[in-house]
Design a protein around this ligand. Structure first.
Ligand SMILES: C[S@@+](CC[C@H](N)C(=O)[O-])C[C@H]1O[C@@H](n2cnc3c(N)ncnc32)[C@H](O)[C@@H]1O
Length: 327
């Protein structure tokens, strides 16, 4: 698959600009997830949630885990670096729960999860899980189920769920605050790259002429002010402040500054790809209707979809069903 961005070599701002013009044809792949997980993040929210899920998202799984019984097999779909199995493990301490997970990407330090007793299938699509029929008691997922194709994934769930087994997942929803914020961040990062301000900073570093430096200073200030005007407080989550702090308040050698700018540019590009993937996976009224009709066709019962809220904001949708007990 050909990316519209290539990660090799230093970023070329003109190419970046040109590529953004073709952004509507963004292809989706897993390599940008592999890169993200290789940075060691716990959850998909990266530095914003460094430990693990908190608040209502954590509370949901605490309530859910109360029904767990000893020796049951719980499978987390599209687990990333294993946030949910790790959370479930800490919640269900004292119980013997068999935790399994998959992800289409390569994950960070697989042996770390294996040592904790979690069986992880990396580079494995949720539609093709290498377990025998009827071996799973519970499927769970947090912002993961919706990333794979719905019908083949639900068919795979049907194949693997034991009679009486359950499915309980939290997905991105079109009304969610998380999705709105992700959209804003994606627009901000695109604008940041298109404005060429990172190239101005690079030129500012390399240029020896004080006049030229002063001119570039003014250009950079103007462009950043414009971004602040258009995107307000979102800029504080873009990592730009940290980049500027690093390159302007520490005495880094020229080449190190250029490297930092290149690294940040590549990280922005990857984040845009991940956010694009998020947007193409968000559940809306149509996809929820499909979820219900496919689940009914597969014979699942007690099919339900409930918005997950925190401080009155929608932050996701909780989908669930159960598999019929055999007679
Ligand atoms: C938003 S992240 C969530 C990861 C994790 N559940 C968490 O909350 O930290 C979505 C994950 O879905 C994975 N993914 C995307 N398509 C997939 C597929 N077809 N099968 C399995 N995993 C997939 C990505 O690699 C990524 O790790």
């Amino acid at each position: 698959m050909k990316f519209f961005y290539q990660n090799q070599g230093p970023a070329n701002p003109i190419e970046i600009k040109r590529n953004f013009m073709r952004a509507s044809n963004y292809p989706v792949s897993s390599s940008f997830w592999t890169e993200f997980w290789s940075e060691g993040h716990t959850t998909t929210f990266g530095a914003q949630l460094p430990a693990n899920y908190q608040g209502e998202l954590q509370a949901h799984w605490r309530r859910w885990a109360e029904r767990l019984k000893d020796n049951e097999l719980v499978f987390d779909l599209a687990s990333g670096n294993g946030a949910l199995p790790c959370l479930l493990q800490s919640i269900s301490q004292g119980m013997k729960v068999n935790l399994y997970a998959n992800d289409i990407a390569k994950i960070h330090k697989l042996e770390r999860l294996t040592q904790k007793g979690i069986t992880f299938y990396e580079e494995t699509d949720s539609t093709q899980i290498p377990l025998p029929e009827g071996s799973v008691n519970h499927f769970v997922s947090i912002f993961g189920f919706e990333y794979s194709e719905m019908e083949p994934t639900l068919s795979e769930v049907k194949r693997l769920l034991k009679p009486g087994g359950t499915f309980n997942v939290i997905c991105h929803h079109s009304q969610s605050k998380v999705v709105t914020e992700a959209h804003q961040m994606s627009e901000l990062l695109k604008q940041l790259l298109v404005s060429n301000v990172l190239n101005d900073v690079r030129q500012h570093t390399l240029n020896k002429s004080p006049d030229k430096k002063q001119l570039l200073d003014r250009t950079i200030t103007k462009k950043i002010q414009r971004l602040k005007q258009d995107f307000g407080s979102a800029i504080q989550f873009s990592g730009l402040n940290q980049l500027f702090k690093k390159i302007y308040t520490t005495q880094l050698p020229e080449q190190k500054i250029v490297d930092e700018i290149t690294l940040y540019t590549v990280q922005c590009e990857n984040q845009i790809r991940r956010l694009f993937h998020l947007h193409s996976s968000v559940l809306n009224e149509d996809s929820l209707e499909s979820f219900v009709s496919i689940s009914e066709r597969l014979g699942f019962k007690n099919i339900s979809g409930k918005l997950v809220k925190e401080n009155n904001d929608v932050i996701g949708i909780n989908l669930s069903f159960s598999n019929l007990l055999s007679c």
